[in-house]
Structure formats: structure tokens, C-alpha cells
Design a binder for this molecule. Structure first.
Ligand code: PEP
Ligand code: MN
Length: 276
């Protein structure tokens, strides 16, 4: 998929996760904590976001932290609590694999494999994911060109797995007042020039709780197919990314306004599928 030969029409590849089509007529909301910290924290978050209309659950099992001294995620020991929370809420989980060996370990726990920003260039991991039967959410590298992001996606699609969702999560610019800079150009560009669904992660893009909803509204307005957003019942106690975590009530308020925007632009939220 060279840039010159790319399509100029909106996405044609629909990616289904947990019964929700991403890339079609409806908007998908993925929400949950940055890290899965405990059964209680994960269950409380999952129930809360579901009650406010989230469709799918996020939550890190292995975390790519800048400092090796920071919380690295519960890892494999969280398998049982994840199964319990997904069963209790009827929600499907999207979680990051940071290493190809983890694919098998979490295969039955997740409905979509996330590739983090720091791993967008990990071609060995992308090739492995190209051989899987489950979808892949590919975050844009924080210093990656749009063309590099699209080419990274091709490692998965050309490998035999067409179910890739692109995720813009902010890029590093000269600006330091916000964690990253949300590149809405990239969302519009990728929607017009690739066949893949495109979603936005407003949490990592801006890094400041109060600004996350505004970036979510912007994502909807620019034509994204969904958002993936970090929520924690008590952000001050979060073991990672507490500064950008919405509280459950912040999330509820955001969903109310997002719903109005999506209705206005004729891309309504998916109707919830109740599997619990
Ligand atoms: C995350 O989703 O928690 C995460 C680490 O995101 P990113 O890879 O975009 O930094
Ligand atoms: Mn995070």
C-alpha cells in the first residue's frame, strides 16, 4: 500500500471486536484502566464504564514504562481475575502484548491485541500478530511518520491478518505543556488514505485529565471510528498514568456530551450488546 496508490475513500475494512463493528456506521468506545491493578479495581472500573455506555474494556497486563523502577503490570498472574471480570460484566478486553511470547499466554483472555506506541517498530512482533486470528490495535509510534505507521500495519495485514485498527495517540513535538500532541491531521489523513478503521487515544495524547474529554470530542468530530480512554475509580491511587485517568463520573459526563456530538454528525454510538 504505497501512499501514491492509496484509496481516497473512507475505510472499507470493518474490524469486529466482541460483536462491535469498528470502521462502519457507528462509533465505538473502549475504556478502562491504564493498568489492571487488582480484581476490585478492574471490576469497579469495568462496571462503571459499562454503565455509562462503554462497549469494550481496556487494561494493561504488561506495561511499557519509561522507568524500570515503575510498576510493570501484574503480568500472567492476572489471568484469573481478568477472566472473572470479563465474565461478570460480559465485556471483551483489549490489552497490549509487548513481546511475541505473550500472544499465546493471553490468547484466550483478549479479543484484540494492542501494540503500544513504543513497539510500533517491533516488526518481529507485528509479523507474529499477522499470523493470528484476532484483531490488532496498532498505536502510532510517538515519533513515527504516518507513512511509517501505515507500513507497520502492512506487516500485520500482509502477513494474513486483515483486522488492524489504527490508533492515533499523540506524537512528540516541541510542545511540553501537554504530554504529547494529538495529531488530528493524521486521523483525517488515515481515514481518507487507508482502508483501515482509525481510532483516537485522547488520554495518552494530552496526558491531563481535564483535557481528555475535549480531545475525545475532537476525535469524534474529525471522523474517528472510536476512542480508547483511560478511566480509574481513584486516579490518585493509580499505579500508572493517574494524571490522565478520568474518574467514573468524568467518564459519564464525557459520554453524555460525546453522544450528542455523535448524533449531530450521524455516527451514533453502537447500541450495547448485553452479554453479562
Ligand atoms: C497504554 O495504552 O497504556 C499505553 C502504554 O499506550 P501507548 O503505547 O500509546 O503509550
Ligand atoms: Mn497508560
Amino acid at each position: 500500500m504505497e501512499m501514491q496508490t492509496m484509496q481516497t475513500t473512507p475505510s472499507t475494512q470493518i474490524v469486529n471486536i466482541g460483536g462491535y463493528d469498528i470502521g462502519g456506521a457507528n462509533f465505538t468506545v473502549i475504556a478502562g484502566p491504564c493498568s489492571i491493578e487488582s480484581y476490585d479495581q478492574f471490576l469497579e472500573t469495568a462496571k462503571g464504564v459499562k454503565a455509562s455506555g462503554a462497549h469494550l474494556l481496556r487494561g494493561g497486563i504488561w506495561k511499557m514504562r519509561t522507568s524500570s523502577k515503575d510498576f510493570q503490570g501484574l503480568g500472567s498472574s492476572s489471568a484469573d481475575l481478568i477472566k472473572a471480570v470479563c465474565k461478570e460484566t460480559g465485556m471483551s478486553l483489549i490489552s497490549e502484548v509487548t513481546d511475541a511470547r505473550q500472544i499465546e499466554e493471553v490468547y484466550d483472555l483478549v479479543e484484540c491485541f494492542q501494540v503500544g506506541s513504543r513497539n510500533m517498530h517491533n516488526y518481529a512482533l507485528l509479523k507474529e500478530l499477522g499470523m493470528q486470528k484476532k484483531p490488532v490495535l496498532l498505536k502510532r509510534g510517538f515519533a513515527a511518520l504516518i507513512t511509517e505507521w501505515v507500513k507497520a500495519a502492512e506487516y500485520v495485514t500482509m502477513g494474513g491478518n486483515p483486522n488492524v485498527i489504527l490508533c492515533e495517540r499523540g506524537i512528540r513535538t516541541f510542545e511540553t505543556s501537554t504530554r504529547n500532541t494529538l495529531d488530528l491531521n493524521a486521523v483525517a489523513f488515515a481515514k481518507r488514505n487507508t482502508s483501515l478503521p482509525v481510532i483516537v487515544d485522547p488520554s495518552h495524547a494530552v496526558g491531563i485529565r481535564a483535557l481528555v474529554p475535549d480531545m475525545a470530542y475532537a476525535a469524534a468530530a474529525v471522523g474517528a471510528d472510536g476512542i480508547i480512554v483511560e478511566v480509574h475509580p481513584r486516579p490518585a491511587e493509580a499505579l500508572s498514568d493517574g494524571m490522565q485517568a478520568l474518574t467514573l463520573s468524568d467518564f459519564q459526563m464525557m459520554m453524555t456530551k460525546l453522544n450528542k456530538i455523535l448524533t449531530a454528525i450521524d455516527k451514533p454510538l453502537h447500541t450495547a450488546i448485553n452479554k453479562a
